[in-house]
Design a protein around this ligand. Structure first.
Ligand SMILES: [Zn+2]
Length: 447
């Protein structure tokens, strides 16, 4: 029998005083806190006042009316974040500056109060009870030195569960990481999906049987990647969805591993049609739009994330009634055009990691000197298989997997995309940086 997510009891307690979670009462709570948020934002933020000005004094009478409010574009967080801020600078506990890969111009800025951050720690602590027991040791592969960073908040929540939390920082060398895990007898690992995949593939023999569970966070984690880690390390793998905009924590998988249960006391999630911005029903794919419910520092109201996803129905196989979000890993602006097609690093990973013995992959795309010339995808791959003959064979397998990809295959067959393979080590791949992206070298612009 499956255990329902611990979020049910927690959300029920916060929204209607406990008992089994009642979706009707949850909606009442959400409408009430949404109206409080709208009033707070109108009173304290010139930006929200300007765009919500026509709102009735009594607020909304139904959650469905949220769809009538305008969409909040991320550009305001770059150009005038202080217009969205609802508190004095003295009450700001943390400012997060987000610089997305490859983007030029101003970074996004988000501000949080101590109370905003405390809600996130609560969520982490409740979510982690699925994975950790008192006395266990967890190792976190994210920086934890900065106060209120993800690593720091995780440490706080795990300490509350009487677990030990070791912050390693981002992974460097898979062999050294495995050694530390075994030395500290850490049975729970928390980190970026790509880094944990590299660890699981490079150090499966050393770690198998010593890990009870893994939490993937910080970047999109596709289902195939989670399954791959689970089978190599023989452990349970949970995926977490969270953005700085969701307050770092957003939603986490339950033991059914189909969709992430959302922290519904703090977040309202809509899936909207990317064009009309009108909400779509559960089961349909669209853009993830967020509204924060108890956030005081910088409330977000119908904030368009640029992430693609879908809501699943409330009846989860685990028995929970908490809403489930399935992020689809496509983000506005993360695909690159080659001739009349587009692809992303996810498509490259999906093909490359079909080859069992590949443990790490970095990719760089170089466009031809003219638009008609083929673009080159340069892959830096790591494997434990040694010797020229072994890597020669592996390169052939990678090329075969790329050619079989429904997205990359047609580009390769039509000679619009060449694939170039170089061999490196797992440590060198990880040294290229924790946040993975498809590096673009544009010959046409580098004149
Ligand atoms: Zn569930």
């Amino acid at each position: 029998m499956m255990q329902p997510t611990p979020l049910d009891a927690w959300i029920a307690e916060q929204t209607h005083g406990g008992g089994p979670l009642d979706p009707e009462k949850l909606r009442e709570y959400q409408l009430h806190t949404l109206n409080e948020t709208l009033a707070w934002a109108m009173e304290n933020s010139p930006y929200h006042r300007g765009r919500l000005g026509r709102l009735p004094k009594s607020g909304l009478s139904d959650l469905g009316e949220l769809a009538d409010l305008p969409i909040m574009d991320e550009s305001i967080l770059r150009t005038r974040p202080e217009y969205v801020l609802c508190i004095s600078q003295g009450d700001v506990a943390r400012v997060v500056t987000l610089r997305t890969t490859g983007s030029t111009g101003e970074p996004k800025r988000l501000y949080f109060t101590a109370e905003d951050i405390a809600h996130t720690v609560d969520f982490f602590a409740v979510g982690m009870t699925q994975q950790i027991r008192s006395g266990d040791t967890a190792m976190v592969f994210m920086p934890g030195a900065t106060p209120h960073s993800v690593g720091d908040l995780l440490r706080e929540s795990l300490t509350r569960l009487q677990a030990e939390c070791i912050s390693y920082g981002f992974m460097d060398d898979p062999a050294r990481v495995a050694e530390k895990i075994l030395l500290h007898e850490a049975r729970v690992l928390i980190g970026l999906p790509g880094q944990l995949l590299t660890l699981a593939r490079a150090q499966a023999e050393a770690l198998r049987g010593n890990i009870s569970s893994v939490l993937l966070s910080g970047e999109h984690a596709p289902q195939w990647l989670a399954r791959d880690i689970a089978s190599r390390l023989d452990c349970e793998v949970f995926i977490h969805y969270g953005l700085t905009e969701t307050g770092l924590g957003g939603g986490v998988e339950c033991c059914a591993h189909h969709g992430m249960h959302l922290r519904e006391a703090d977040l309202l999630v809509e899936i909207v049609d990317p064009g009309s911005k009108q909400p779509l029903p559960a089961g349909e794919q669209g853009e993830i739009v967020l509204t924060t419910l108890r956030r005081r520092g910088m409330p977000l109201i119908r904030y368009a994330t640029g992430d693609k996803g879908m809501l699943l129905d409330r009846d989860c196989p685990c028995g929970s009634r908490v809403a489930r979000l399935l992020p689809l890993g496509e983000r506005r602006g993360d695909t690159v055009p080659v001739q009349d097609s587009h692809f992303s690093l996810n498509h490259v990973d999906e093909a490359v990691f079909r080859v069992d013995r590949i443990s790490a992959c970095n990719a760089e795309l170089r466009y031809g000197a003219s638009p008609s010339e083929a673009a080159t995808l340069r892959l830096s791959l790591a494997t434990k298989s040694a010797g020229n003959e072994a890597t020669h064979q592996l390169a052939a397998e990678v090329r075969e997997a790329m050619a079989a990809s429904p997205v990359l295959g047609p580009l390769i067959h039509s000679h619009a995309l060449d694939v170039d393979i170089a061999w490196t080590t797992g440590a060198e791949c990880l040294a290229a940086g924790p946040k993975r992206s498809l590096v673009i070298q544009n010959n046409q612009e580098s004149l």
